[in-house]
Design a protein around this ligand. Structure first.
Ligand code: GLU
Ligand code: MG
Length: 440
């Protein structure tokens, strides 16, 4: 366990069903106690809405009685480079009798990683994060004005960018690359791959690090799926791969794009459950606004090879991409998706694909949004869920995703989706975007 010399507080962080981080901070001297017994929190966090209201529509959590223990994670206590005096740790939620809470998303993911391991499989994953960077104190004052992907755009935010790279490194978040992205004052960082639980922890830690580095430089980050309706949204794409005996099953085989039969079945499992994966990975009202055709934002359910419009983009091995790096990207994912649940759903879908020995159709290399409707119908290409009701139905209809998450959690998650939809019922898209801009 890392020592906490010179630190004052340990912040124990967990993610709710809206992708919103919630936390408790204990004095650093309480580290051991926080790891063993934790702190008491309300049982109601699973039914918090995106606007901090609470829905009581999920029967088991219908009143304010009861307590959950939030425990620190001793092997992952990180003194925060950007917040001197504080350390960060992912929280684990337990019932008072010592059982893991069925609503603990990290516990759900740990269970799915164990299930994959029991089948002899090792899953690796990594997130890439896009965000809007603006001037602090303003609702929407872009801090860079492009050109997109330009080093000149980065000049306007270079002190922040340098701080960010330094802080991410100090906090143990491995970085693949950083750039000015396509959207309004958009930036992107890709996080190196790790085991799925670490990948979700790192996603949570990266956002804390980005917020802190931005604050230090008079800036403010928005991770919201849509920051401005006129611009490209913020995707938080999930890259994953699956190995057996140390060999990546997405490479070195004789199936499409060099996948092995098991690798193909894994990707086909993700494809089959895409409506549910998209719903868990990008569940908020602004997520629905983000998934538009033509924005590289996974409007339709299909797979492609290196097709950035595809909800599932296969990145195959090649001369310059070693077998170990071949992966499949889920683009229907954003900051409002709980990363633990999103990865648990991916694993559940992939394992089911393998169990069922699925195969893939031909990949689609175009933008189906530009096809006539009849062509999409002929080829069986459908939009991913466009309403909260559709998202809830997609998860309820997906046995692998439902089983991965567990019925209690799915019940709470569904109640939250309905609660969010009720809140948004009389709001314009602009109002929905504004209400979520700084929630993540
Ligand atoms: N900004 C796009 C999204 O909403 C993704 C762009 C890209 O391909 O990186 O997901
Ligand atoms: Mg991007």
């Amino acid at each position: 366990m890392a020592g906490l010399e010179g630190l004052h507080g340990l912040t124990i962080v967990f993610c709710d069903n809206n992708g919103i981080p919630r936390s408790r901070t204990v004095p650093a001297s309480r580290l051991e106690d926080a790891c063993e017994r934790g702190v008491g929190i309300t049982t109601l966090f699973p039914v918090f809405l995106s606007n901090d209201m609470i829905t009581f529509a999920h029967e088991p959590l219908s009143n304010a009685s009861g307590d959950v223990r939030l425990l620190a994670t001793p092997e992952r206590v990180v003194p925060l480079a950007g917040q001197p005096g504080f350390a960060w740790t992912p929280g684990r939620q337990f019932l008072v009798d010592g059982e893991r809470s069925p609503y603990c998303a990290r516990g759900v993911l740990e269970r799915m990683v164990e299930r994959a391991a029991a089948a002899g499989l090792e899953v690796r994953a990594g997130y890439e994060l896009e965000w809007f960077v603006g001037h602090a104190g303003e609702e929407l004052a872009p801090a860079h004005s492009g050109p997109v992907y330009s080093p000149h755009a980065m000049l306007a935010v270079d002190e922040f960018a340098a701080q960010l790279l330094a802080d991410l490194a100090a906090n143990g978040v491995p970085v693949g690359q950083l750039h000015a992205e396509y959207g309004l004052a958009q930036m992107e960082v890709s996080i190196g791959v790790s085991d799925p639980v670490a990948a979700a922890d790192l996603q949570m830690l990266a956002r804390q690090t980005i917020h802190a580095a931005a604050r230090r430089h008079g800036l403010r980050a928005s991770f919201a799926p849509v920051v401005d309706l006129a611009a490209a949204g913020n995707g938080w794409h999930i890259h994953s791969s699956v190995s057996r005996d140390g060999r990546n099953l997405l490479a070195g085989g004789d199936r499409q794009s060099g996948m092995t039969p098991e690798g193909e079945a894994w990707v086909a499992g993700l494809l089959r459950e895409l409506p549910a994966l998209a719903s868990v990975g990008s569940p908020s009202m602004p997520s629905l606004l983000r998934r538009r055709p033509g924005y590289f934002a996974s409007a339709f359910a299909f797979w492609g090879v290196q097709n950035r419009e595809a909800a599932l983009r296969l990145v195959p091995a090649s001369r310059l991409v070693p077998d170990a790096a071949a992966n499949v990207e889920l683009k229907a994912s954003d900051a409002s998706g709980n990363p633990y649940l999103a990865l648990a759903a991916v694993i559940g879908a992939g394992l089911a694909g393998m169990d069922d020995g699925l195969t893939l159709p031909e990949p689609i290399q175009d933008e189906p949004g530009s096809w006539p409707q009849e062509e999409r119908e002929r080829r069986g290409i459908h939009r991913l869920p466009e309403t909260a009701e559709d998202a809830v139905a997609a998860v309820r209809l997906s046995a692998p995703v439902r089983e991965a998450l567990g019925d209690d959690l799915v019940g709470a998650w569904a109640a939250v989706r309905r609660g969010d939809a009720d809140t948004a019922r009389d709001m314009s898209p602009e109002d929905i975007v504004a209400a979520h801009r700084y929630r993540y």
